[in-house]
Design a protein around this ligand. Structure first.
Ligand code: ADP
Ligand code: ADP
Length: 224
């Protein structure tokens, strides 16, 4: 499975050229998207997450046209935004269970197994009864992964995930992500070069809406 972005462009109503002819091939595994503030990372991530339209160009995942077959893509998409707007007054277990109902997991016993497995996988089992409003930044991010995994995603989009996480939380989060990357396209947007070097098999640097550099992180970053 490969995500193919071809000549993608987006100009906002105020004239800002956020994306200019972006072309990228993103295979299964962890892909790092680097760039300074204002480079266009969030615009690109939101477009891939089907939350926003582009003006020109295409994005395909396998045979699916991501900009046209949005419902198809949403079934296999996990999106972890920068800031979670979680329901603060419900517990992690309650919300996951509820989301599993919405996903069509109607068998109660099966649903309980799925939810518990996700809570264990993300190290949140001991916090399952806690209200989400009391979660730390790292716990919220891990909850985001649990939530994303409910859809068995083929594509996971992670937008600047580690802002505000302490190093231990960051490592836990990245370990989980790397595990997912083995058979999923995971796109990680960040401005931390070291994270991309450490985690990603491929990467691109964008600046002012254009691809500056793409390739293998170690080689590409050395060329800078
Ligand atoms: P679109 O072209 O996708 O319709 P718009 O240009 O209409 O997007 O902007 C969408 C919203 O984002 C507007 O409410 C706008 O005020 C707001 N916005 C404008 N400039 C910025 C900016 N630099 N960063 C983030 N949001 C902005
Ligand atoms: P990054 O995530 O790399 O910081 P963004 O995609 O948020 O970059 O922004 C790219 C450019 O588009 C910036 O110049 C930003 O100010 C502008 N921008 C982002 N959202 C909007 C919007 N809704 N309306 C107008 N300009 C926007």
């Amino acid at each position: 499975m490969e995500l193919v972005i071809n000549n993608l462009s987006k100009t906002y109503a105020n004239g800002t050229k956020a994306l200019q002819n972006i072309t990228l091939n993103i295979p299964t595994g962890m892909f790092g998207l680097l760039g300074p503030n204002g480079a266009g990372k969030s615009t690109l991530m939101r477009t891939i997450a089907t939350l926003q339209d582009a003006d020109e160009g295409s994005i395909t995942l396998g045979n699916t046209d991501l900009l046209k077959q949005k419902d198809e893509i949403r079934k296999v998409l996990g999106y972890l935004p920068q800031e979670f707007s979680l329901y603060p007054k419900v517990s992690a277990e309650f919300l996951l269970n509820h989301l599993a109902v919405l996903k069509g997991l109607s068998n109660k016993k099966q649903r309980k197994e799925v939810v518990e497995a996700l809570l264990h996988k993300t190290n949140l089992y001991n916090h399952r009864k806690k209200n989400l409003g009391g979660f730390s930044g790292g716990m919220k991010q891990r909850f985001g992964i649990a939530q994303a995994l409910l859809s068995n995603p083929k594509l996971i989009i992670v937008d600047e995930p580690t802002a505000g996480l302490d190093p231990a939380e960051r490592n836990r989060f990245y370990n989980l992500l790397s595990e997912l990357g083995e058979n999923t396209v995971v796109i990680l947007s960040t401005h931390i070069v070291e994270d991309v070097k450490e985690l990603c098999t491929n990467m691109a640097i964008i600046n002012q809406g254009q691809v500056l550099l793409k390739g293998n992180p170690i080689q590409a970053i050395e060329e800078l």
